[in-house]
Design a binder for this molecule. Structure first.
Ligand code: BGC
Length: 870
């Protein structure tokens, strides 16, 4: 395999353009959704109101509801009884911000359209002709147990890919709603559904095809002025005899020139569509509460090589998730295989894909064709093509990127190109692993909704992207998979063979709803998850009569080093953490169990100390063990400094290298920065040797690796049975960059949700000269950053209206000479009271507004000087 080192100061590949959209006003977390089944939709806007304002909701017939909302609010819930089904509404807040939403069928369990059978391996076309007459409103609701596209009179409706996404199909599936009224032709119209096996009947993870059923099913209903229209369906081939998410797709384009139009000559193969006779009973069919998967960008190849005659290899220059669109002049039979790496001989490396073929085939007739699969998705940087007529040019191909289209909310930049590349890599891994559900990886035969992965990455993701609707939808899927006894699966949608019950993994059922509350003030997801959360911690407590939870399988997954963090330490610590969060959730929701879970947490913490601590040291000393003890507040306050000192000593002894896996990595740097050892956190972060983030960057990584040694300069590639080059879990360092380097965070001492209590604490990093971040939070736009100038160290902040903010600037006691917005800080006196912290930092409460502080140059010297022993 080949690796190209990152140039030290060359240009950094651009971050792909953000998906389009806006956050002006959100309904249930989405911009202008069509199909809302939530009986009492939540309308929200992107800042806290600076005065009481009127919210008004109108339909075509006029205003249906109005309410004055108080100053400081950023959302309101529309009462259920004022809304009708299948109706479009617009809404305004104080006449400034508006959004639209359309109510759905509210079909919960009552979907009565027939389910039509597709093919076990091919994509097929289901068609019907209908005449809506003079109906004033015509609605289409469509879904599939499989994946589908829908067309009206030959034109695709919407731009959703891989609809309806992956849920636990034994429990629920999601439908999409379309308003056909303005799109219909006079007289007869034709509706068409392209249906492929998808997650329902195709390959899922490593368990082969037909996971939920042996053939996909599609179902659609048309409502004319509210009444269901009887539909008579026929079934046709689609020229796509093989269409599998994991294995790939085959297109016979002999008779067509465009991948988006259907092969007319195949009409001769028409047969009546077969309805499913087995009851798809009890299945909840609900409007999709999450953003759809869409094409979010296009990447053009940077080079083509020909390692052996007739085998041409495209290199996209970066690892992506999606598929290739090819412009080819036929006749030709192309075989295209996709992979993340090359062998030493320049051939495609596919061992780490395990059984995932990622192989597309195109049979094209004479003439010019554009071919692109519709029902598969690949994780790849390279594509190996055989059968191309002549010399393949980079301009003959482009990669089409697929992702659940989440709004961009956060940006972070620094003068250090490696930091910018790291953020680009984190973003790329996030996008590639958010295809309908949050996955571990997008390429091998796994691609599952691994719980710990999103649990540790969720906070970073929620800085970069508006994740509320997406993660809230996934929490429903996680709850759907919870076992009757309270055990929580390791992946959601649940795949029982991947197991249940691991600490940290299963604790995602507590962590993710809590994150949504803290970040977005989403008390609805928290409420929905509350009883399942209790059932989970009750289940854990039942297995820990003496307060110690025995270690389960996964531990500090993929940690390097030779000393293993005891699994029971992690399990017991995670139980204490979850119990405390459940107690806090009880407080937030006004439930009566806060005391009960608070006391249970105290008992577990006591047991933790007895079992795993000896004075202020751990009995088994590992970075992860200390990070767990400190981050989850398991040590007495009076011992905190001493325990943090022990961790610091261990980090130094480990040569400033992290020794942490999935559990310890998200905690280590924040804990060091929080306990007065920010310099050590920076040293770990600035580490360029193995294991480190910069080691990956130096090796040319364009997405985050699954393992610190996915590739190692001495050992080469890790074992192919588990080696992904696109895993976002270690992208959790983005959270540290936002909070502890640029300085944007919610105050850990705060109790409120929705990012309304801020802790702005920029943390300069030696060897860097500047870092800053911007975050469109649920409470308004927050900014924080620092810059080393010749005459001093500058800190800048933006605090939104209505938000309380504490700023801490590490100025090493030089704060007497500090200026703020051009005047001396001291001159502000009681208007801007300042507290000097024991370490010389300057702490103050910042009122809303934009602030620029400058500390004398002397402040920068100790913060930014290179380390003596470098
Ligand atoms: C996945 C991980 C996951 C782990 C736990 C792996 O196969 O890719 O990211 O968390 O299994 O066992």
């Amino acid at each position: 395999m080949t690796r190209s080192p990152l140039p030290s100061d060359g240009p950094v590949p651009a971050i792909p353009p953000p998906p389009t959209g806006h956050l002006a006003g959100l309904t249930c977390g989405l911009a202008d959704p069509v199909g809302v089944d939530e009986p009492s939709p939540r309308l929200s806007w992107p800042a806290l109101l600076d005065r009481p304002s009127l919210v008004s909701v109108r339909s075509a017939v006029g205003e249906v509801w109005r309410q004055e909302v108080p100053e400081g609010a950023n959302h309101v819930d529309v009462p259920a009884d004022v809304l009708a089904l299948l109706t479009a509404y617009t809404w305004t807040v104080g006449e400034q911000i508006s959004g639209t939403f359309t109510t759905g069928l509210r079909a919960d369990g009552a979907w009565d359209a027939p389910w039509l059978v597709g093919d076990p391996t091919a994509a097929v076309s289901l068609r019907c002709t209908f005449t809506p007459g003079d109906a004033a409103e015509v609605w289409l609701a469509v879904t599939a147990l499989g994946v589908y596209r829908v067309l009206l009179n030959g034109h695709r409706l919407g731009d959703e890919e891989l609809a309806p996404g992956w849920t636990d199909y034994t429990v629920r599936v999601r439908y999409r709603l379309f308003d056909l009224t303005q799109l219909l032709l006079p007289g007869a119209n034709e509706l068409e559904i392209w249906l492929a096996p998808g997650w329902y009947a195709g390959h899922v993870a490593a368990s082969g095809p037909a996971r939920y059923g042996d053939r996909p099913l599609a179902s659609a209903q048309i409502r004319t002025d509210g009444n269901p229209l009887p539909l008579d369906w026929t079934l046709h081939p689609l020229g796509r005899p093989r269409a599998d998410l994991v294995m790939g797709e085959t297109i016979d384009a002999l008779e067509t020139r465009d991948t988006d139009s259907r092969p007319a000559a195949r009409d001769t193969h028409e047969q009546p569509a077969v309805p499913e006779t087995r009851v798809v009973g009890g299945l909840v069919v609900e409007a999709d509460p999450a953003p759809p998967v869409r094409v979010i960008g296009v990447v053009r190849p940077v080079r083509v090589t020909e390692p052996v005659p007739g085998v041409q290899v495209l290199d996209l220059g970066r690892n992506v998730v999606g598929r290739l669109r090819l412009r080819v002049t036929g006749p030709a039979h192309l075989v295209v295989r996709h992979g993340e790496e090359l062998t030493a001989a320049g051939r495609l490396y596919t061992d780490n894909l395990r059984t995932a073929e990622q192989r597309d085939e195109f049979h094209v007739g004479p003439g010019d064709h554009v071919v692109e699969p519709a029902f598969t998705v690949h994780g790849f940087r390279y594509a190996e093509i055989t059968g191309w007529p002549g010399a393949l040019q980079p301009s003959d191909a482009e990669a089409v990127l697929l992702s659940s289209a989440l709004e961009v909310t956060g940006e972070l930049t620094a003068d250090d190109p490696a930091v910018r590349q790291l953020i680009a890599n984190i973003t790329a891994s996030a996008e590639g692993n958010l295809v309908s559900i949050p996955t571990d990886c997008p390429q091998r035969d796994e691609r599952a909704g691994w719980t710990a992965d999103i649990s540790v990455f969720g906070s970073t993701l929620s800085f970069l992207r508006h994740s509320q609707a997406f993660l809230s939808g996934w929490v429903t899927t996680l709850i759907d998979g919870q076992r009757g006894d309270g055990a929580v699966p390791h992946v959601a949608p649940v795949l029982p063979e991947y197991g249940y019950d691991s600490p940290v993994w299963s604790d995602a059922l507590v962590e993710v709803p809590w994150l949504l509350w803290r970040r977005y003030g989403d008390d609805r997801t928290l409420r929905r998850a509350y009883d399942p959360m209790r059932r989970w911690v009750d289940y854990c407590l039942a297995g820990a009569p003496d307060g110690i939870r025995q270690g389960r399988a996964l531990g500090d997954w993929l940690a390097p080093g030779t000393v293993e963090t005891p699994k029971s330490l992690i399990a017991t610590g995670a139980l204490a953490r979850s119990l405390r969060l459940v107690a806090q959730a009880a407080d937030v929701l006004g439930e009566p169990h806060a005391e009960e879970y608070g006391e249970a947490a105290a008992r577990v913490v006591e047991a933790f100390r007895k079992a795993f601590m000896d004075g202020h040291r751990l009995r088994v000393e590992t970075q992860t063990g200390y990070a767990v003890a400190l981050a989850w507040d398991l040590v007495p306050l009076s011992d905190r400094d001493a325990v943090a000192g022990a961790l610091a000593g261990l980090v130094v002894a480990d040569g400033h290298r992290l020794m942490t896996g999935f559990v310890g990595t998200p905690l280590l740097l924040p804990v060091l920065s929080d306990t007065g050892h920010h310099d050590l956190a920076c040293r770990i972060f600035n580490q360029e040797g193995y294991p480190s983030w910069r080691y990956q960057l130096r090796a040319g990584a364009t997405t985050l690796w699954e393992r610190w040694d996915s590739w190692h300069h001495r050992n080469g590639l890790q074992t192919p049975s588990m080696n992904s080059f696109n895993h976002y879990a270690y992208g959790c360092v983005g959270d540290w960059l936002f909070r502890h380097v640029a300085g944007i965070g919610d105050d850990p001492r705060g109790v409120s949700g929705g990012f309304t209590e801020l802790l702005l604490r920029p943390g300069p990093v030696p060897l860097m000269r500047s870092a800053s971040a911007r975050y469109a939070s649920a409470a308004g736009v927050v900014e924080s950053g620092w810059r080393a100038e010749p005459d001093g160290l500058q800190f800048t902040f933006t605090v939104p209206v209505g938000v309380s903010a504490r700023a801490i600037m590490p100025v090493g006691g030089t704060w007497d000479g500090m200026t703020v917005n051009g005047g001396f800080l001291m001159g502000f006196g009681e208007d801007l009271p300042v507290t000097r912290l024991p370490d010389g930092s300057c702490s103050l409460h910042l009122p809303p507004g934009r602030w620029s502080f400058t500390a004398p140059a002397a402040a920068a010297t100790p913060l930014l000087a290179p380390w003596d022993d470098l």
